[in-house]
Write a protein that binds this ligand. Structure first.
Ligand SMILES: NC(=O)c1ccc[n+]([C@@H]2O[C@H](COP(=O)([O-])OP(=O)(O)OC[C@H]3O[C@@H](n4cnc5c(N)ncnc54)[C@H](OP(=O)(O)O)[C@@H]3O)[C@@H](O)[C@H]2O)c1
Length: 312
């Protein structure tokens, strides 16, 4: 039986208002992309999640196809709800998404109403939830009318299956149109999920962060540690069991001598400030105007513990 730590809100976690909404998100949120699939040991996923919640991380981020296998991270979330978190449902802010390939055929990918609504129904079943706090369009679909995708988000909220909606990886102009469409239907765009880290500053350069600030939309940064590059993980080679050693999402060929030099110089800078590289990388993102939260991944409690030190 799990009893959440009674001092979980006194351990230093800070919460920030998400855009101009009523929702406060923890400055560090936990993502289930890796380490929560059916290939991963359940007890380790459980330990990481419990540690997170016991330290004030109230936001867990999922997507239909997180695993591997697809759907299995949501099944892990369902098991965690049954085993540990059901009594704490109202203290949790759980998100999921649809937009990438999920099931075969023409209705299991991209941005149609057919796909988004069917996918969320499946996600709720896998997670043993009646509703999610936040549902995202996981990517912009250039071939589906924007209005179709956005109206599906509106209807999902009207049906009570999600409390809020967000978009991820949408281009600037489409984001502007989405904010307007959703506002006019009284389902304001809560949050934009994009990749922002010290190695990839695209949302800053492209104007996404400025738009979020202007429109009162929150921003959550995914892969804030560049999948582990912005930590000490790869400074002395590629450790066994690391994401890069698995070779699928983080390829060894990106670790060029130039990148290693840059990472080492970041690491020296962090040390000179009495921080780890991971702490510095997360703190850098949190300093950016309009950023609500960093959405980290972790394969151990020790990593999570280190990463939480970015909160000052
Ligand atoms: N919207 C989208 O399209 C999208 C795309 C990607 C991700 N996301 C979301 O963002 C979340 C986070 O993405 P991410 O996992 O790429 O984030 P990340 O925080 O950049 O990378 C996490 C990985 O870095 C390593 N790591 C973390 N802390 C460490 C530390 N202190 N020391 C050494 N290594 C450390 C671990 O990898 P090892 O396995 O090597 O230990 C960990 O799994 C996902 O779970 C998902 O929710 C969304």
């Amino acid at each position: 039986m799990y009893y959440a730590d009674e001092s979980r809100y006194e351990k230093g976690m800070k919460y920030k208002r998400c855009g101009r909404s009523g929702v406060m998100l923890p400055k560090v949120s936990l993502g289930f992309w890796h380490n929560f699939g059916s290939v991963d040991p359940y007890e380790r996923s459980r330990e990481i999640t419990r540690y997170a919640f016991d330290h004030g991380i109230t936001h867990f981020d999922l997507a239909n196809n997180y695993g591997p296998v697809y759907g299995s991270a949501e099944e892990t979330m369902g098991r965690l709800m049954d085993d540990d978190f059901r009594p704490y449902r109202d203290e949790l802010f759980i998100s999921t998404k649809a937009g990438y390939d999920m099931w075969p055929g023409p209705y299991g990918n991209w941005g149609s109403r057919k796909y988004l609504i069917a996918s969320l129904d499946q996600s709720l079943k896998r997670m043993h939830l009646d509703y999610v706090d936040l549902f995202y369009s996981h990517r912009y679909d250039p071939d589906t009318p924007l209005e179709e995708t956005l109206q599906a988000l509106v209807d999902i909220v009207r049906q009570g299956k999600a409390l809020y909606v967000g978009i991820s990886r949408w281009p600037l102009e489409a984001t502007r149109l989405a904010a307007q469409y959703l506002r006019e239907r009284d389902v304001p765009l809560l949050i934009y999920q994009g990749r922002l880290n010290m190695l990839d500053r695209s949302p800053l350069k492209e104007g996404i962060l400025d738009l979020c600030a202007e429109e009162g939309i929150g921003f959550i940064s995914f892969s804030p540690l560049a999948q582990g590059l912005l930590t000490d993980r790869y400074l002395n080679g590629v450790p066994e069991g690391s994401r890069m050693s698995k070779g699928k999402f983080l390829k060894e060929e990106i670790l060029t001598p130039e990148l290693l030099t840059q990472l080492n110089s970041f690491n020296e800078k962090a040390k000179s400030q009495g921080m780890t590289l991971a702490e510095m990388a997360l703190a850098w993102i949190l300093e950016q105007k309009a950023v609500t939260s960093v959405l980290i991944g972790a394969s151990s409690v020790a990593q999570l513990e280190q990463n939480l030190r970015c909160i000052k």
